[in-house]
Design a protein around this ligand. Structure first.
Ligand code: IPE
Ligand code: IPE
Ligand code: MG
Ligand code: MG
Length: 296
C-alpha cells in the first residue's frame, strides 16, 4: 500500500508542477491570473490527470511528457466546469473545497471569464506541442473537445439544470444519462486518451471503456453522497422529498445506504475487469478504491 501511495504522490507532484508552470505563463495578465490561480490551487484531487497517467503507465507508456499536456488540459476543463457549476444561475454554491467559490471570492463576471479562460487555455496547451505524433495528438484533441461539449460534460450539465421533480417522472435512464455525460465523459476521456497514444489491442480497449463508464457513474454517486449533510433525510415519497432535497440525484432518489451498496457492487465489477490486466493494474485498482471510498 505504501508503494501505491508513494506512486500516486509522485505522479500528483509531477502533474501539479506541470499545470502550475503552464498557469504561470498567464501571469502577465495578473487580473485574470489571480482568479485562475485561486481556483486551480484550491485543493482539487487531480482525479482526471491521475487517471490519465495511471492508465498510460498500465498500458506500457514510458514517456509521461507525451500525455502531460492532455492531463493539464482535462484538469483545466474540469476546473472551468466547477467554476461555472457553482454560479448562482447553476447550482448557486457559495463554497467549493471548503473555501469560498470563485464568484463569491471575486465576483460573477470574474468567475465566468476565468472559466472561459481555462477552457480556451486547455486547447492552447494541447495544440502547442505538435512535433511528436501529430495525428495522434489531433485525435486526442478532438476526443477532448467532444467529451467536454454538447455530447459530453455540457450536454450532461444541461440535463442536470433542466431536471426537476415535476418533469423527472422517475426516469432512472435520464439520471444515468446525465451522470454519464456531466461527469462520466471527462472520466472516460481521461481513461481512454492514452489508448490513442500507446497501442492497445481491441480486447483491452473494450475493458478500459467498460471501466471508465462504471467509474464515471460511480464517481458521481460518491460525489452526491459527499454532498449530503446530517440534515439530509431520504423520504420515499417524491413530493415530500421536494421540500427537503432540492436536487434529483441517485442519492436523493434511492437513499445513502442503497447508494453505498451500489458503489460496492460497481467496485467489485471494476476489480474483475481490471484484474484482466494483471499486476499492472494494481495502482489503478487502489486509486479507484480510494476514489469511491470503499470500506473493506
Ligand atoms: C467533483 O469532482 C465534481 C464532479 C464532477 C463529480 P472532483 O471530486 O474530481 O473535484 P475536485 O477537483 O477533486 O474538487
Ligand atoms: C458537477 O456536478 C459536474 C460538473 C460537470 C461540473 P455536481 O454539481 O454534482 O458537483 P459538485 O457537487 O458541485 O462538485
Ligand atoms: Mg451541478
Ligand atoms: Mg454543483
Amino acid at each position: 500500500m505504501k508503494n501505491v501511495e508513494e506512486n500516486l504522490n509522485n505522479y500528483r507532484y509531477l502533474i501539479e508542477d506541470y499545470i502550475y508552470k503552464k498557469l504561470q505563463k498567464l501571469k502577465k495578465r495578473q487580473d485574470v491570473f489571480d482568479v485562475m490561480e485561486y481556483c486551480l490551487r484550491s485543493g482539487g484531487k487531480r482525479v482526471r490527470p491521475l487517471l490519465m497517467v495511471l492508465v498510460f503507465e498500465m498500458l506500457g507508456g514510458s514517456n509521461i511528457d507525451e500525455i502531460l499536456p492532455f492531463a493539464a488540459a482535462v484538469e483545466f476543463i474540469h476546473t472551468y466546469s466547477l467554476i461555472h457549476d457553482d454560479l448562482p444561475c447553476m447550482d448557486n454554491s457559495d463554497m467549493r473545497r471548503g473555501k469560498l467559490s470563485c464568484h463569491k471570492f471575486f465576483d460573477e463576471a470574474a468567475a465566468v471569464l476565468a472559466g472561459d479562460a481555462f477552457l480556451t487555455y486547455a486547447f492552447e496547451v494541447v495544440s502547442e506541442n505538435f512535433v511528436v505524433f501529430p495525428e495522434a495528438n489531433i485525435s486526442v484533441i478532438n476526443f477532448l473537445a467532444n467529451s467536454s461539449g454538447v455530447f459530453g460534460m455540457i450536454g450532461g450539465q444541461f440535463i442536470d439544470v433542466s431536471l426537476s421533480f415535476e418533469n423527472f417522472k422517475n426516469s432512472i435512464r435520464k439520471l444515468i444519462k446525465m451522470y454519464r455525460m456531466k461527469t462520466g465523459k471527462l472520466i472516460e476521456f481521461s481513461v481512454m486518451a492514452s489508448s490513442k497514444i500507446v497501442s492497445v489491442n481491441a480486447l483491452d480497449l473494450n475493458l478500459l471503456k467498460k471501466f471508465s463508464r462504471l467509474l464515471g457513474f460511480a464517481f458521481q454517486i460518491k460525489d452526491d453522497i459527499l454532498d449530503c449533510d446530517d440534515s439530509f433525510e431520504v423520504i420515499d415519497n417524491l413530493k415530500e422529498q421536494k421540500a427537503c432535497v432540492p436536487k434529483i440525484t441517485f442519492v436523493s432518489l434511492y437513499g445513502i445506504e442503497f447508494s453505498i451498496r451500489m458503489l460496492n457492487k460497481i467496485f467489485k465489477k471494476i476489480v474483475l475487469l481490471l484484474n484482466k490486466f494483471g499486476e499492472r493494474a494494481n495502482t489503478l485498482i487502489k486509486f479507484t478504491e480510494y476514489l469511491l471510498e470503499i470500506k473493506n
